[in-house]
Ligand binder design. Structure first.
Ligand SMILES: [Zn+2]
Ligand SMILES: [Zn+2]
Length: 366
C-alpha cells in the first residue's frame, strides 16, 4: 500500500509502497477514507516533536473496518470508524482512574512508535517503520488497536468525521472537558486552524459571550466569525492583548485558549485574562523550549492549564460530537479549507507552515 514515510526530521515526506502486516489480537485493519493534516504532523516533520523514525505520518482520520484481529469486540467489519490517538487498555492505573488518555500500555507504545504489544505492523523492504501514535493514517490502510477506533453511523461523511479524531476532540474538549466553560463566560481563542475553530465552536455551544477570535489571517478570522466568534482581533494590525481585553469590557477574559504553541501567544493569552481567569495551552511548543510568563497573575488567581487531545473519553465523546454535527450545531464541512491527494501532502504541510489553511483533508480513493 502507499503511505507517507518520513525517514528523518527536516527531510521531504516520501510517498512509498510499504508493507502492512495483518491485525493481531484486539487490532483492526482500516481502509482510510480521509485524513486531516494537523500541526502535530508538521511538528514531527520539522523536528520539534521527536518521534521514532522512520515512521508513517498521519493521526487524524476516518475510514472503514475491513478486517478484525482475534478478540475484537468493539467494532466489526464494515463499520465506519473515527480513529483517535488515544487507545486504552482499560486495566492500568490511569485507565482505572478514568484517565484513559494517559493509558500506561498505549502511552509506552506511542512513545516507542509501536502498537500495544511493542511491535510494528509497518515495514519497508524488510526494515521496520514506526507507527505515529498508534494511527499512521497517511496511508491507504492502517492497523490500529480496536480501542483507537470508534464506530459512527454510516450516513456521516468520512471527510467530516476525520476531523473529529484530533482537531475537534482537542478544541472542543479544551473548552468542555478541561476549562469547563460556563454560559455567559467571556472567551478568547488564539489561532483559527482546525483546533482553534473547534474551540470557538465549543465556546458557542457552551453559551459563552463574547467569543473573541485572534489570528493574523483575515480569511481565517472570517471563517471564525461564521462558526461562532462574536469579535475578531487581527494580531498583525492591533495589540492583541489590548484588543481582547477591550472586547471583554476592559477587565480581561474569563477563559483564554492558545492553539498555536508559541511563547508569544501564550503570553498574550495569559495577559488577556481577568482575575480568576483560566488559560488553556492547547498548542505544542517545541520540546525543550521554556516559557516565561508574568507570575503576578498567580496572586490574581489566574490558572494555567495543559491539554492533551481535550481529555476525551472517545467512546462517548466521538458519538456525541457526531450527533452535534448531524444536528447542524457542530460545523465540520465549513472547516475544510483544502482537499488533497496523498501525493500533495508536502504542499499541505507548506500551507500549514504559512498559516494559510484552516483544515486540509487528504482524500483516498474509495
Ligand atoms: Zn492532531
Ligand atoms: Zn490503560
Amino acid at each position: 500500500m502507499r503511505a507517507a514515510v518520513l525517514r528523518e526530521p527536516r527531510r521531504p515526506v516520501e510517498i512509498l509502497e510499504v508493507e502492512l502486516a495483518p491485525p493481531r489480537a484486539r487490532e483492526v485493519l482500516v481502509k482510510i477514507a480521509a485524513g486531516g493534516v494537523c500541526a502535530s504532523d508538521l511538528h514531527v516533520v520539522d523536528g520539534t516533536l521527536p518521534e521514532p523514525m522512520p515512521l508513517v505520518l498521519g493521526h487524524e482520520a476516518a475510514g472503514v473496518v475491513v478486517e478484525t484481529g482475534p478478540g475484537v469486540t468493539r467494532v466489526r467489519e464494515g463499520d465506519h470508524v473515527v480513529l483517535a490517538i488515544v487507545p486504552s487498555c482499560g486495566e492500568c492505573a490511569p485507565c482505572r482512574r478514568a484517565r484513559p488518555t494517559f493509558c500506561a500500555v498505549f502511552g509506552a507504545a506511542a512513545g516507542a512508535g509501536t502498537l500495544g504489544d511493542g511491535t510494528s505492523r509497518l515495514s519497508l523492504d524488510g526494515t521496520i517503520l514506526y507507527h505515529f501514535n498508534s494511527v499512521s493514517s497517511f496511508a491507504e490502510y492502517a492497523v490500529v488497536p480496536e480501542s483507537a477506533a470508534v464506530a459512527i453511523p454510516r450516513d456521516v461523511p468520512l471527510e467530516a468525521a476525520a476531523l473529529i479524531g484530533c482537531a475537534v476532540l482537542t478544541g472542543y474538549g479544551a473548552v468542555a472537558n478541561i476549562a469547563r466553560v460556563e454560559a455567559g463566560a467571556s472567551v478568547a481563542v488564539w489561532g483559527c486552524g482546525g483546533v482553534g475553530l473547534s474551540a470557538i465552536q465549543g465556546a458557542r455551544l457552551a453559551g459563552a459571550d463574547p467569543i473573541v477570535a485572534v489570528d493574523v489571517s483575515p480569511e481565517k478570522l472570517e471563517l471564525a466569525l461564521s462558526l461562532g466568534a462574536t469579535a475578531l482581533v487581527n494580531a498583525a494590525e492591533v495589540d492583541a492583548v489590548e484588543a481582547v481585553r477591550a472586547e471583554a469590557g476592559g477587565a480581561g477574559v474569563d477563559y483564554a485558549f492558545e492553539a498555536l504553541g508559541r511563547e508569544g501567544t501564550i503570553q498574550q493569552a495569559w495577559s488577556s485574562l481577568a482575575s480568576g481567569g483560566t488559560a488553556v495551552v492547547i498548542g505544542t511548543m517545541p520540546k525543550g523550549d521554556l516559557l516565561t510568563i508574568d507570575p503576578w497573575g498567580f496572586i490574581q488567581e489566574k490558572n494555567l492549564l495543559g491539554c492533551f487531545l481535550g481529555r476525551p473519553r472517545i467512546e462517548a465523546d466521538v458519538p456525541r460530537l457526531v450527533e452535534l454535527y448531524r444536528a447542524g450545531e457542530l460545523k465540520l464541512d465549513e472547516v475544510v479549507s483544502h482537499r488533497l491527494a496523498l501525493g500533495e501532502l508536502e504542499l499541505g504541510l507548506e500551507r500549514l507552515r504559512a498559516g494559510t489553511a484552516a483544515r486540509q483533508v487528504i482524500l483516498f480513493d474509495p
